[in-house]
Design a protein around this ligand. Structure first.
Ligand code: UDX
Length: 422
């Protein structure tokens, strides 16, 4: 078993640390956020991620997982140092690498000879070299090991991944990182750092493309009178296409897909390639947010209308509202003079004064003209529709996730618009 340091305790770092401790390694996680580290030391996990708190507590109890503020303390005894710091988007869509460089510079003097630095943050090609330069420690190897963790299922994605990708210049170094995953039954693919870094972007860019395609097919279905559920089911049987990630929605969002698609466009641009296909994918996504608003506008005049927005998280199973389609749609509604009353089972506040967030769905529906379902929470399928009808002043539903019971709504006098359905 190895000694592992993890720098950064966001979704990726915390999942990585807790899962490696679960696999039997000794893990120390570091973060500059003192409050967060104090919470984690007591087993309190500040993010909503299924199974994570249990794994953190298991790690604390076994003594295999600990949390410190100072990254020097974390790395001094480590055989492997995982960099899991944020890589936010900067102006123009490129990736801001300041946290990565700062973390590399900070740990440099404290890493022991022979340790391996593993870059798990999503970073453009060349970042492995950049970390090497920032550390200025020729005796330390730096490898790329991109994460493919979905929020909400990050633990099972880590412990049962489709693949582990390791990008390293030295095969022996790659083998040592691969060994850390020996108890995981997944193909381990070893390649060079540039290919590993590009593979991460390419995977997310493809997923975004698939989703924009699905959403535009839904628009075609509406135009020609076809049913998107049947169309996608028929498509998904084709093994070359596959049925996963084939569900239309309000547009895609989250902390990764929007950032990574822009980053790959920017990375290609810098290298002299115009990734116009990807620009189209982004444009289709912006149009999808507008299409949801158009559906609202088809039943009420937006100025002065009250919209009950069901869902704020970018998808079910998380409390994350970063780049959430719900907030994009709320912004468009507010711009047109609508009032927005929102409810989400996992989100209590969004920090936008104009959006009234209520912890009860029926209170959010109170006085509303239109109900818009944006996040696919199971809770919304189980709503008491009679109570919703009683709370609303007009009875219109725009179901941007196709999860509501259309017949039950129609029988109560609601109008119903889904995505790609007629
Ligand atoms: C994504 C990638 O899936 C993961 O591999 C990567 O490492 C991190 O980014 P995540 O951001 O957690 O994960 O979200 P994901 O589950 O991919 O969903 C992205 C968006 O697409 C969400 O807004 C979701 O609601 C939407 N979506 C997803 C659909 O609209 N339809 C689908 O069928 C699937």
């Amino acid at each position: 078993m190895s000694k592992i340091a993890v720098i950064g305790t966001g979704y990726v770092g915390l999942t990585t640390g807790a899962c490696f401790a679960h696999l039997g390694h000794d893990v120390v996680c570091a973060d500059i956020d003192v409050g967060k580290i104090r919470s984690l030391q007591t087993g309190d996990v500040p993010i909503h991620e299924a199974g994570l708190e249990e794994l953190v507590r298991e790690g604390l109890e076994s003594g295999r997982l600990s949390f410190v503020v100072d990254s020097a303390d974390a790395v001094c005894g480590a055989d492997f140092v995982y960099l899991c710091v944020p890589t936010p988007q900067s102006d123009g869509g490129s990736v801001d690498l300041k946290h990565l460089k700062a973390a590399a510079a900070e740990i440099s003097a404290h890493i022991r000879h022979g340790a391996i630095v593993v870059n798990k943050s999503t970073v453009p090609v060349g970042s492995t070299l950049l970390v090497e330069e920032a550390m200025d420690r020729p005796d330390i190897a730096v490898v790329s090991n991109p994460e493919f963790l979905r929020e909400g299922t990050a633990i099972s994605d880590f412990l049962n991944p489709d693949r582990v990708v390791i990008g390293a210049d030295e095969p022996t170094v790659a083998d040592r990182v691969a060994d850390l995953h020996s108890s995981i039954a997944a193909p381990v693919m070893i390649t060079d750092p540039a290919s590993a870094e590009t593979a991460k972007y390419a995977a997310n860019a493809f997923l975004a493309t698939k989703l924009s395609f699905v959403n535009t097919i839904a628009a075609v279905c509406e135009a020609v009178g076809a049913d998107v559920d049947d169309v996608l089911t028929a498509m998904g049987y084709d093994q070359r296409i596959g049925g996963e990630f084939l569900v239309p929605g309000p547009g895609w969002g989250g902390s990764c897909l929007p950032k990574d698609t822009r980053a790959i466009i920017s990375m290609a641009d810098d290298a002299g390639y115009d990734f116009s296909l990807m620009r189209g994918v982004l444009k289709a996504n912006d149009e999808q947010f507008k299409r949801v608003v158009d559906k609202v506008e088809s039943v009420v005049s937006l100025s002065g209308a009250t919209v009950a927005l069901f869902g704020l998280a970018f998808k079910a199973g998380t409390d994350d509202t970063r780049n959430s389609p719900a907030l994009e749609i709320a912004g468009l509604l507010l711009d047109q003079g609508a009032k927005v009353r929102a409810h989400d089972p996992a989100v209590a506040a969004v920090g936008i004064d104009e959006i009234t967030v209520l912890d009860d769905p029926y209170a959010a529906a109170d006085g509303a003209d239109v109900l818009v379902v944006v996040t696919e929470w199971d809770e919304f399928r189980l709503l008491d529709l009679d109570k919703i009808a009683e709370a609303m002043v007009s009875h219109h539903v725009v179901d941007a996730r196709n999860i509501m019971d259309r017949e039950a709504l129609l029988s109560r006098g609601f109008t119903y618009q889904g995505v790609g359905r007629n």
